[in-house]
Design a protein around this ligand. Structure first.
Ligand code: FES
Length: 230
């Protein structure tokens, strides 16, 4: 395919698609590729703010890098002919390799949405508890202390049995409780203790919207309901 306008310029060859033609003086490689209908990614629309249009000049005259490319690529990559197609113009006849990732359709993220007031009612409930340290008179295990402390709370979670604690917590529980001076934030889900942390720490949850073409996720503080990141 070659529908280059009748204007002065240099010969350009696109690899691996074996397309070639004339790149017009003052035209960028990206503009030339678009004119020739050669597939080349341009996530930022050709404004030089992404790297999706990276190409490599593999034969012929390698154009001098723009300052922006000199800042974006390592010296080794620059010496190998790497440039951004939206910034580079021809300095002579040349062959350009378009790597596979520069032909891929851009992946976009969508994190905008409408915020609405909702009553915070997470499935994971957090409780801050204070435990009595073990003594010669009270040698109950650390997990039992937690269950008994939870049972005393007004809004006590329904724990199915004293064995309902994630094995990952049991592994760190003994040193952690002593580090935390016998105070802890305990997270309960479905009658099982699934997390523990020092008092003052917050349980975080992630709200995920899985659409047919978009995926978005928001990190939420499960105590305050505040959106922390998206
Ligand atoms: S299209 Fe984004 S940097 Fe070239």
């Amino acid at each position: 395919m070659n529908d280059a306008p009748a204007a002065s310029g240099f010969r350009i060859q696109f690899q691996p698609m074996e397309e070639g033609g004339v790149i017009v003086t003052g035209e960028t490689v990206l503009d030339c590729a678009r004119r020739m209908r050669v597939r080349l990614a341009s996530s930022c629309g050709g404004h030089g703010t992404c790297m999706s249009c990276a190409i490599q000049v593999v034969d012929g005259v390698i154009p001098e890098p723009t300052q922006a490319d000199a800042d974006a690529f390592s010296q080794r990559r620059l010496d190998q002919g790497w440039r951004r197609a939206c910034l580079v113009e021809a300095a002579g006849d040349f062959t350009v390799l378009i790597p596979a990732r520069s032909t891929a359709a851009p992946v976009r993220t969508q994190v905008d949405g409408q915020a609405a007031e909702v009553d915070l009612d997470p499935a994971v409930k957090d409780y801050v508890i204070e435990l009595a340290p073990p003594s010669m008179e009270d040698m109950e295990g650390d997990d039992g202390r937690i269950f008994h402390a939870l049972a005393k709370l007004d809004d006590a979670p329904l724990l199915a049995s004293a064995g309902d604690m994630d094995i990952g917590i049991l592994r760190i529980l003994a040193p952690a409780l002593r580090d935390w001076k016998w105070r802890a934030r305990i997270s309960v889900f479905g009658g099982e203790v699934i997390a523990a942390g020092p008092p003052g720490s917050h349980a975080l949850g992630m709200a995920v919207d899985l659409g047919t073409t978009n995926v978005s996720a928001v990190l939420v503080d499960l105590v305050s309901g505040e959106s922390l990141a998206s």
